[in-house]
Design a binder for this molecule. Structure first.
Ligand code: NAP
Length: 345
């Protein structure tokens, strides 16, 4: 069966924007949610700049993950839902409920509304955090969809908890009360790729700060990178793919690379176009010492030197996922940041 009308939650977001772009390009009718309809004009202009010539197949509904209002209207008449919206706050937050409540309770709100409206399938954007965070170091290990994040384990942060608890709640809901509604979850690793508009999400912020020299130095941290265009393609494939219902899919590109390697790629490929590129590195012992005094450093310590690897075999097999090289994503991220003047010149 082919999907016709798709609800994409959080149309102002980075991944959602790329999903909307691909869905419209394939002829789907798309409805998206924003927290306030005041954002509609901005989202439309960002999509227009990205190549959407006619926004007639795109409509907006206001809905917040913290409230029931708007969700029945958002899902009405939709065949499928991409539930992508969730607060992205890697690192520290003042109160972890600021991210956990919209992630977990918001997911349940969208699921309930989707079930009640007779939606066929909901594709939830989870995260590699929900698989690989909270585990002790194990250098030889490659994580798969069979693994789950450990919410009280080493290196788990509030964001990782929010994603793990939200995905768990979604599967529990489906097991007990979803009726005919199918669930598929997509678990991206660190998402990079061309920015759309002035907002910069999680992993692209790392490229921005490396380009701006706006960090004390490279930390001994590793990232398995995946391109936003490939993540969006995986979401679109998951709407209809046979064998995707009831399944989790890790979407990851090349093996994890270090923060320093990201900087080296930027230096080699951008040269003079990156005049403020970060040069210093911070040794692990300095971070460990800093963590004694700084709450910001503490969650970083268990992740030092921990190159978590992710298998994308299942996504390749079932979703036809074909990720591009990490180097291409890093360079395209940087070029888009430079083109939109989102880094120091
Ligand atoms: P993003 O650009 O920050 O987008 C997040 C979206 O969630 C925004 O549209 C935001 O709306 C919306 N949102 C946040 N709190 C909300 C609330 N209370 N009610 C309604 N909407 C709310 O982040 P992204 O990178 O595209 O991430 C999208 C999804 O991918 C998230 O589920 C994230 O966990 C997941 N993910 C991201 C990465 C990554 O590296 N970027 C990796 C793995 C998984 P506003 O614009 O109004 O704030």
């Amino acid at each position: 069966m082919s999907a016709q009308r798709v609800l994409v939650t959080g149309g102002s977001g980075f991944i959602a924007g790329h999903c909307i772009l691909q869905l419209l390009g394939r002829g789907y009718s798309v409805r998206t949610t924003v927290r306030s309809l005041e954002r509609e004009a901005v989202v439309r202009s960002v999509l227009a700049a990205a190549g959407v010539s006619d926004g007639a197949d795109l409509s907006f509904v206001a809905a917040d993950l913290l409230s029931d209002a708007g969700w029945p209207e958002a899902v009405a008449g939709c065949d499928v839902v991409l539930h992508i919206a969730s607060p992205v706050a890697p690192g520290g937050v003042k109160d972890e409920n600021d991210v956990i409540l919209p992630a977990r309770d918001g997911t349940l709100r969208v699921l309930r509304a989707a079930r009640d409206a007779g939606v066929r399938r909901l594709v939830l954007t989870s995260s590699f955090h929900s698989v690989a965070w909270g585990h002790p170091h194990d250098r030889g290990r490659t994580f798969t969809e069979a693994d789950w994040g450990v919410v009280d384990g080493p290196g788990m942060d509030a964001y990782g908890k929010s994603k793990t608890l939200a995905e768990r709640a979604a599967w529990d809901f489906v097991a007990a009360q979803a009726g005919a509604l199918e669930l598929t979850t997509i678990l991206p690793t660190a998402v990079m790729g061309p920015v759309m508009g002035p907002q910069i999400s999680g992993s692209n912020g790392l490229v921005q700060r490396i380009l701006d020299g706006a960090l004390p130095g490279y930390l001994n941290l590793f990232f398995p990178i995946v391109d936003v265009r490939d993540v969006a393609a995986a979401h679109v494939a998951a709407l209809d793919a046979e064998g995707a219902a009831g399944e989790r899919f890790l979407v990851s590109g090349d093996p994890a690379i270090s923060m320093k390697q990201v900087g080296e790629i930027l230096r080699e490929r951008l040269g003079d176009a990156a005049p403020h590129l970060l040069t210093r590195s911070i040794p692990d012992f300095v971070v460990r010492f800093g963590a004694l005094f700084s709450a910001e450093f503490r969650p970083v310590v268990p992740n030092l030197g921990h190159a978590r690897q992710a298998s994308n075999a299942k996504a390749r097999r079932v979703l036809g996922f074909e990720p591009r090289p990490a180097e291409e994503s890093i360079v395209d991220t940087a070029r888009s940041l430079i083109a939109q003047r989102l880094v120091r010149s």
